[in-house]
Design a protein around this ligand. Structure first.
Ligand code: MF3
Ligand code: CO
Ligand code: CO
Length: 275
């Protein structure tokens, strides 16, 4: 990392400070988040374009890392609670938090790329699911419908509603296809803090009652599985896999609540399809 790029406070520490501020962000913070979010999205799609049989996830990491550095952003994952790489790459039955490594991707792999960028003191966080070579139909549909589940969650966001509306619509949609909904990992408030403490469940539950207000910024990032969504973590302390080794897809956007609904901050670059 070039010394000129400011890094988040948690780098070289065991973890971040607990965030105690408001869940509602100022217009200035939201403006700054547009740039971080745009860089995170562009870095994700740039890395995704490099996916091919024989390419390693370390190479995808290098592409995204270089993109963020070139655009004055720090890769938020690097040094977050000791995470060793710039991005997460999670293949097939890996649900999330996969660590890029030297394993070459194979034809038919389902590859999730999760990129968070930090610039001007704020983060933008996004994830997408991409095919390596020829993907089987079940995996293709899983990714497409996980994207649709995320979009339904985003469209359900309106000021005055409780945050639990999001999980309700995502789970209802996933159930139509018999997909598992991962419960062990959630969406989260994101802004000056990477994970602010605001929790966004992707399943139907009323444990969280936060009322949505204009200016709140958070992620929606459903993880849907072809089989059982229950998970365990490898002894690298990061890699999360399905217990039954069934495949998983994930899509994530950072959004802001507006007076009439919501707006996506991690917009896909022009000319690149979302799925
Ligand atoms: N970007 C992930 C999320 O969506 C978090 C990754 S934490 C890391 O919240 F340390 F693994 F990078
Ligand atoms: Co996130
Ligand atoms: Co993410």
């Amino acid at each position: 990392m070039p010394a000129s790029i400011p890094r988040p406070h948690y780098v070289d520490r065991s973890g971040p400070d607990r965030y105690t501020g408001s869940h509602v962000q100022s217009a200035e913070t939201i403006e700054l988040m547009r740039e971080s979010s745009r860089i995170a999205s562009d870095a994700m799609y740039t890395a995704a374009a490099a996916i091919a049989p024989g390419v390693t996830t370390d190479e995808l990491d290098a592409v995204a890392h270089a993109y963020m550095c070139d655009h004055g952003a720090y890769p938020s994952a690097l040094g977050y609670r000791g995470f060793p790489k710039a991005i997460c790459t999670s293949v097939n039955e890996v649900i999330c938090h996969g660590i890029p490594d030297a394993r070459p991707l194979e034809d038919g792999d389902l590859v999730k790329i999760d990129v968070t960028a930090f610039k001007n003191g704020v983060h933008g966080d996004n994830c997408g699911t991409f095919a390596c070579g020829d993907l089987d139909e079940d995996s293709r549909l899983l990714s497409e419908r996980t994207h649709e589940a995320m979009m339904r969650g985003i469209r359900a966001v309106k000021p005055g509603r409780e945050i639990n509306v999001i999980g309700r619509v995502i789970e209802a949609y996933a159930k139509r296809f018999g997909y598992g909904v991962v419960r062990d990992y959630t969406g989260h408030g994101v802004h000056t803090s990477f994970h602010s403490g605001l929790i966004v469940l992707h399943y139907d539950s009323t444990v969280y009652h936060d009322v949505l207000e204009p200016g709140m910024t958070f992620t929606i990032e459903p993880m849907l599985t072809l089989g059982d969504p229950r998970s365990n973590v490898w002894d690298d302390d990061w890699t999360v896999v399905t217990n039954d080794r069934s495949r998983c897809a994930q899509w994530e956007h950072t959004i802001v609540v507006t007076p009439t609904g919501s707006e996506i901050l991690t917009v896909a670059p022009a000319g690149l399809a979302a799925v």
